[in-house]
Design a protein around this ligand. Structure first.
Ligand SMILES: [Zn+2]
Length: 864
């Protein structure tokens, strides 16, 4: 087994490790878990099924969760195809339904959610790493940001490396949905031809990368197939996938597994909890009716493009691959072993018979060499070799797992592992743990070890072999994940160990398939590479500083971070916080593997009061953290930017707020130097709200805390009695009156939301009532306050409102009708009500000065 130390075909090594490593993790039992016999049986069944299918199906999607998980599952679990998914972006411009992380932090989480979903799907995920800059209305805008040629270059490269025979996608060039979807749909069509064209991106054609002709492209059909115009001059045929079929070995319906995979995308929830709920949502998505109650409608794809010489898709095709044929010599080489002409999957419970059939194949077949004598020059055949070895291991009942006591690697330190070899078969085996030279092969790290002593593992026994890995001093850190989103460090590093297996009984030779009569199995574990002690989770970033910031009572808690001791030893040292050249030391004592959350703002590091102007003219540009050991060695460091903002607030404010998904609001109130208190819904119900000068309902709180709807009258009464109630944006279906959800009009006057959004973060803002106090006191709001915005202006703009409301701002995306409801204010009784559909939280998080000045005016409204 020469693949890992071959000096040739560098790209193949990359591809194989990226593809086979993950596929192998999926197909083998999870590390460190006892293996139930049924799991063993499932793994063997899948391994035998995989021998029957030499094809690769790729699903292309714009964002994590756009993939067609159901079809991926059916193609792998029912047909044994190799399945990959390719995502244009990491989805970092999306929302987060479960936590405060956004942007690159969210992208790193979504990438890992995608990996978890892919594990269930039996597929492997890949990413183009194009920027998700938030909702886009058109492919033209998307290509402007991505760079059309750069995006195409990346997609062509992935197709050339992964070599799919068929591509499927949920995205159609004719759909008018998210611009990223439209752009991705267009890229797929272009890349289909470009990947096969040696004149396109010729610089890619080296290190084993060749042109690649995809055979077929299928686009998901929405609604009535007969009316589907998305044919692009291709075939007229529809392939139907039935998601309601039951997996014969796992005993679950394929779509149930698809739902379980979908639920891994937790930040994008809430997802259906039950299959029935899923069926309803699925119908809405596919635009299809049909399917019996409790069943999903079928999934239909139109064949929209074929390679010139492609084999015809048969009329009665039941999947994307039907009718494809390999050239004769290769077809013969990869033909699956059978028993009396029947597939081995039928003999999954007769493991001895399966083993005999595989050994016969190993004896007589020489399909592992190509005419040039290169063993692994062809990805398809290489994959079938790996699949064959995997089936062999399954039939012998031999597996290996890598057990670790610490899931991080620390540069320049050694890590201890155990490789556990388990023999659940009936034949004694002899194993030898061996590794190639240590070296990083893209994401994977070969665990270096000299070939060890041979160890016999009798049937029913387990042997544990200790290993040590000396982590190179220069190994790249993979934390924080957000910093490593685009260099793939977010996924950590895969460490693999190869175990060579040979039967003790000489009647089971694996020659001539392998010269020395052994076959390899590989065990993996994914690690983060960290400093010994990590400075993590610095909040808030950036640190916004106004003249009043240091006045707030909890200023000393305004900046927090975590120290994570990743080592098995205690740590003693000093954390230095440095602002404008002045440093403040904090003694640090951490137990082995301890995490400590600390507040680090130091009042004495800030002048009193800080001289602050907007954006520039201030010395406090960054806060630097340095962690030193007691021996003065620098262990870790981190820096966050400081954004000075010139914002004033009315005196003696006390703000109550019902928090949304993140901490942008309390952090912003801290930065403004305003006392504030988070309110639970129960507290809204019971507390005396009159002491608060304003109460803020954060974005989408009526959705995330629906109990608030029942006590909304308390908020309106508070407003009527003289308070200011400020409500941030909600989605229309979370806000508009709906008797089925017992949701009344939530504002004191009629206020109905639509679905219009302004996605251009630079869209010009016009002041409808420039003299209105909300735009003038205490901060005079002007055009500069709308500069340097992030991602978008606003979402779900009001479409209808009572004349009591004053609309203050107007804006629109280029070429569209102006929207006037972005900032609405009304008097109500003795108080005031403000509804704003602008995305302040993104601006507050990013430290956009204008957002702080506008928030200051909202909470000061009526107090001057
Ligand atoms: Zn999407």
């Amino acid at each position: 087994m020469k693949i890992f130390n071959s000096r040739k075909n560098k790209i193949h090594r990359y591809v194989l490790l990226a593809t086979l490593a993950i596929a192998s993790i999926i197909a083998s039992p999870r590390a460190q878990q006892a293996v139930a016999p049924s799991e063993d049986r499932i793994a063997l069944y899948q391994a035998l099924l995989d021998l029957q299918n030499p094809w690769t199906v790729m699903c292309v999607a714009a964002h994590p969760d756009d993939e067609d998980g159901t079809s991926l599952i059916v193609m792998r679990r029912k047909y044994g195809a190799h399945t990959v998914s390719l995502f244009s972006t990491f989805g970092e411009g999306g929302q987060n339904a479960i936590g405060p992380e956004l942007y690159e932090e969210l992208g790193a989480i979504r990438a890992r959610e995608t990996m978890a979903a892919a594990e269930i799907q039996g597929s492997e995920p890949h990413f183009l790493g194009l920027k998700d800059f938030g909702y886009s209305k058109s492919f033209a805008e998307t290509f402007q940001k991505w760079g059309h040629d750069e995006a195409l270059r990346r997609m062509v490269m992935e197709i050339r490396k992964l070599r799919p025979d068929v591509i499927i996608t949920n995205h159609s060039v004719l759909n008018n949905d998210h611009g990223h979807h439209q752009a991705t749909a267009r890229l797929v069509v272009e890349a289909f031809d470009a990947a096969a064209d040696p004149k396109r991106f010729p610089e890619q054609l080296k290190d084993g990368v060749t042109t690649w002709q995809v055979q077929r492209l299928f686009v998901r059909v929405r609604g009535n197939a007969a009316q589907n115009p998305d044919r692009q001059g291709g075939g007229e045929q529809i392939v139907t996938i039935d998601p309601n079929e039951r997996d014969p070995v796992r005993g679950v319906v394929y779509a149930e597994e698809a739902l379980r995979a979908l639920q891994q995308h937790a930040t994008q929830g809430p997802w259906p909890k039950t299959f029935a709920e899923y069926a309803t949502r699925f119908r809405a998505f596919s635009g299809q009716q049909g399917g019996a109650p409790g069943q999903l409608p079928t999934i239909r794809y139109a064949l929209v493009r074929e390679a010139k010489a492609a084999d015809a898709l048969p009329k009665e095709a039941r999947n994307f691959l039907d009718g494809l044929r390999l050239p004769e010599p290769i077809a013969a080489e990869v033909a699956p072993p059978t028993i009396e002409g029947k597939p081995l999957t039928q003999f999954v419970d007769q493991r001895d018979q399966v083993l005999s059939a595989l050994v016969e194949t190993a004896k007589h077949k020489t399909f592992y060499k190509d005419p040039n004598g290169e063993i692994f020059s062809d990805l398809r055949r290489t994959r079938m070799v790996f699949r064959f070895e995997h089936a062999l291991a399954g039939a012998m009942g031999v597996s290996a797992t890598l057990t670790v006591s610490n899931s991080v690697l620390i540069p320049a330190q050694s890590s201890s592992f155990h490789i556990t070899v388990s023999n659940r078969g009936t034949e004694a085996v002899r194993v030898q743990v061996s590794g190639p030279e240590a070296g990083r092969i893209d994401q994977a790290i070969a665990l270096s070890s000299k070939p060890g002593a041979k160890t016999d593992v009798p049937p029913g026994q387990v042997r544990t072999i200790p290993l040590t890995y000396n982590v190179p001093e220069k190994m790249m850190l993979t934390v924080p994940h957000a910093v490593h989103l685009y260099d793939e460090g977010f996924a950590g590093r895969l460490v693999y160990v190869t175990v060579f297996v040979e039967p003790v009984d000489p009647k089971l030779p694996f020659t001539p398939y392998s010269r020395d009569g052994r076959f390899p199995i590989t065990a993996y574990h994914r690690f983060d590479v960290t400093p010994p002690v990590e400075i993590a989770n610095i909040r808030p970033t950036p640190f916004v500083l106004t003249s009043h910031t240091a006045e707030v009572k909890n200023f000393d808690n305004a900046l927090t971070l975590s120290l994570l001791n990743h080592t098995n030893a205690a740590f003693t040292g000093t954390l230095l916080t440095t602002i404008a050249g002045a440093s403040d030391p904090l003694a640090v004592n951490l137990s082995p593997r301890e995490r400590e959350d600390i507040s680090v703002t130091s009042r004495r590091l800030f002048p009193d009061p800080p001289q602050v102007t907007n954006g520039d003219g201030d010395a406090h540009r960054s806060i630097d953290f340095t962690l030193r050991s007691s021996g003065k060695a620098t262990i870790a460091s981190a820096t966050i930017p400081v954004v000075p903002v010139n914002a004033s607030v009315a005196p003696n404010l006390l703000i109550g707020y019902i928090r949304g998904f993140d901490f942008s609001l309390p952090n912003a109130l801290n930065a403004l130097g305003v006392e504030s208190k988070e309110l639970s819904v129960d507290e809204v119900k019971t507390a005396d709200l009159a002491k608060f000068t304003s109460v803020i309902v954060d974005n989408r709180v009526y959705e995330s805390k629906p109990e608030l709807i029942a006590v909304n009258q308390k908020l309106l009464d508070y407003t009527n009695a003289g308070g200011t109630l400020i409500v941030f944006y909600h989605k229309s279906d979370e806000w508009n009156p709906d008797p089925r959800r017992s949701r009344p009009q939530l504002a004191p006057y009629k206020l109905l939301l639509g679905n219009e959004r302004i996605t251009d973060e630079n869209a010009p803002i016009a002041f409808i009532e420039p003299q209105h106090p909300l735009l003038n006191l205490p901060n005079k709001i002007g055009p500069d306050d709308f500069k340097d915005w992030i991602q978008e202006r606003g979402l779900y703009y009001p479409r209808e409102w009572d004349p009591q409301f004053h609309a203050l701002l107007q804006s629109n995306d280029p070429g569209e009708t102006p929207l006037k409801g972005g900032l609405l204010v009304a008097d109500y009784g003795k108080g005031h009500y403000i509804y704003t559909s602008m995305v302040w939280y993104r601006q507050l998080r990013a430290g956009v000065p204008g957002a702080y000045r506008m928030l200051a005016n909202m909470i000061s409204y009526g107090r001057h």
